[in-house]
Structures are given as C-alpha cells and as structure tokens.
Design a protein around this ligand. Structure first.
Ligand SMILES: NC(=O)c1ccc[n+]([C@@H]2O[C@H](COP(=O)([O-])OP(=O)(O)OC[C@H]3O[C@@H](n4cnc5c(N)ncnc54)[C@H](OP(=O)(O)O)[C@@H]3O)[C@@H](O)[C@H]2O)c1
Length: 275
C-alpha cells in the first residue's frame, strides 16, 4: 500500500515552490507536482490568476500557498521565502520558471529591453535561488529545477537577447550543481522547446519587429510539466524537450558549421513588420 502510494504520489510530504505559477508552464507545473502529492507554493505578480491556480492545486488534496512576488524585487523574494518557511518549515524543490522572451535582431534591441529580460531570466533566478537555499538545506534530497529553453543551447537569429539570457541560466545551473553537490542538493535543467502558453504575447519586441507564425507543432504546457516532474522524480540533470529542440541541440553539437548555415537562412527569412 505504501509502495503504491509512492508510485502515484512520489512527492507526498514534499514542498515545491514554483515561480511564474500564474500561467503557462509554471501553472501546469504547480498542478503536476500537486498531482504527485506535493504541497505547492505558487509565486507570480498577478494575484487573481495566482489565487485561481492555487484553488486548482488545492482541489487535488494538497496545501497550496499563493504569494504575490515579483522575482526582480529583493523584498518580494525575501517575503516569499519567509512565508514559505512560516508555512512549511523548509523547501524540497525550487522551480525557477518565471521568464520572458525578447524578439528582434541584436542591433535593434533596446538596452532597457535587454536589461529587463536579464533582470528576470538571470538575476531573478539567481536572487530566488540564493534566498531559498537556507530552506532547501533544511530538507534531505532537495532540488533546484531551472527552466531554460532549447534556445539556451544555441544562439539563433532574432532571438540573441533571449538566447543569451538562457545560456546564462545553463552556465549558472552547471556551476551551482557543482557548488551544492557535496550538500546533496541536486540542480536540474529543463529546456522546453516551442510550448503553448502566453509566452509569445508576453515577450518584448525590438521596435518594428514581429515574428510570423512558427511552423512547428507546440508541446502543451501540461506535457512540459509532466516531463519536468518526471525529471525531478528521477533526478535527471538535463532534459531537452520537443523533437525539433533535441535535433537542434544535437545538430549544433556535432555539426555546428551546418547549423550556422540553417541559422543564416532563418535570418534571410525574417522581415521587419510595420514601421
Ligand atoms: N512557451 C515556450 O515556448 C517556452 C519555450 C522554452 C522555454 N520557455 C520558458 O518557460 C518559462 C515559462 O514560460 P511560459 O511559456 O509559461 O510563459 P508565460 O505564459 O508568459 O508565463 C510566464 C510566467 O512568469 C511570470 N512572471 C513574469 N514576470 C515575472 C516576475 N517579474 N516575477 C514573477 N513572475 C513573473 C508570469 O506571471 P505574472 O505576469 O503574473 O507575474 C507567468 O506566470 C520561461 O522561463 C520561458 O522562458 C518557454
């Protein structure tokens, strides 16, 4: 009976904190960890969406704690960690998921736009992780799950600002993995490919640039969340999602010159819209 429980609810008694849990992949991840038995702390800026997501999580029979938090603000992050500790006296899994995209050639990006994306995707993740470490140290076998992107593994035209921010996430993940290994805290990387969510509506665009519809089949946020929970359960260090995403990462590793030619063709296909 206990064994059956462990199979269906491997995260029972564990506490998982998900940033960017008000929508998209983060919301799906909060539900997927809850379905696997975890109590969940949900963090994001939009409180009503967050409370809605928390109600869905709680309906799965676990505790849900929604906390309004902008991960680019130090005081918000400190309060999130304090509320998590007060409610659960520790943390088993931190999912650094909050993130934002940026579209346009490097030459045309606004400096403020590039800084905004780095402030969220890189500094937010670093700030959140640093603040959560004392709570992660209270639990055995705790984890940090960093959400990167297939675009963190290879720079593509029109996406250089975003690719650079996710490449920084990848490098920080590797460093942190080594730094925390002796304490038994695992650091995992999950790199989604093209996923259905509000990501493309929420991303920033260089002046006058817009992307045409992407001719790829998207994964659902729920499929990404299921893969994340599976990786988390097994302690998989590196999870690259979607078939085109995997092909890109491998092709770039084994034939980077060939992939440069593909990337050059993608640049030629991009056109400035409007202005
Ligand atoms: N969708 C894709 O195709 C795709 C592919 C590869 C990787 N990813 C990565 O997956 C992650 C989730 O993206 P998504 O597709 O779910 O995008 P999304 O639908 O735009 O969701 C982004 C989430 O981040 C939260 N967020 C934004 N700024 C925040 C801030 N300053 N502080 C706290 N939370 C903040 C948003 O909530 P609030 O607005 O309420 O704060 C929202 O919950 C991101 O790291 C993204 O880079 C996405």
């Amino acid at each position: 009976m206990v064994r059956a429980d462990m199979k269906t609810q491997p995260f029972k008694g564990r506490v998982v904190l998900v940033t960017g849990a008000s929508g998209g992949i983060g919301r799906a991840a909060a539900k997927a960890y809850a379905a696997a038995g975890a109590d969940v702390v949900l963090a994001a800026r939009r409180l009503s969406q967050l409370e809605d997501a928390a109600r869905e999580v709680a309906s799965l029979g676990v505790r849900a704690l929604p906390v309004r938090c902008d991960v680019t603000v130090g005081d918000d992050v400190a309060r999130l960690v304090a509320e998590t500790d007060a409610a659960f006296a520790g943390l088993d899994v931190l999912v650094n998921n909050a993130g934002q995209g940026l579209y346009g050639p490097l030459e045309d990006l606004g400096e403020a736009q590039l800084r905004q994306v780095f402030e969220l995707n890189v500094f937010g993740l670093w700030r959140m992780t640093r603040a959560a470490l004392p709570l992660l140290r209270k639990r055995r076998g705790s984890q940090v799950v960093n959400v990167s992107s297939v675009l963190g593994h290879r720079g593509l035209p029109m996406l250089g600002g975003y690719c650079a921010s996710k490449a920084a996430v990848n490098a920080m993940t590797e460093s942190l993995r080594a730094e925390l290994a002796a304490e038994g805290i695992r650091v995992l990387l999950v790199s989604p490919g093209f996923t259905e969510s509000d990501f493309r509506e929420n991303r920033l665009h260089a002046d006058g640039w817009r992307q045409d519809a992407i001719p790829l089949k998207a994964m659902s946020a729920e499929e990404v969340a299921a893969a994340m929970v599976r990786a988390s359960r097994r302690g998989h260090r590196d999870t690259v999602l979607t078939l085109p995403g995997r092909v890109m990462v491998l092709a770039n590793r084994w034939a980077p010159g060939l992939f440069d030619r593909v990337a050059r063709r993608m640049t030629a296909d991009s056109k400035k819209k409007g202005s």
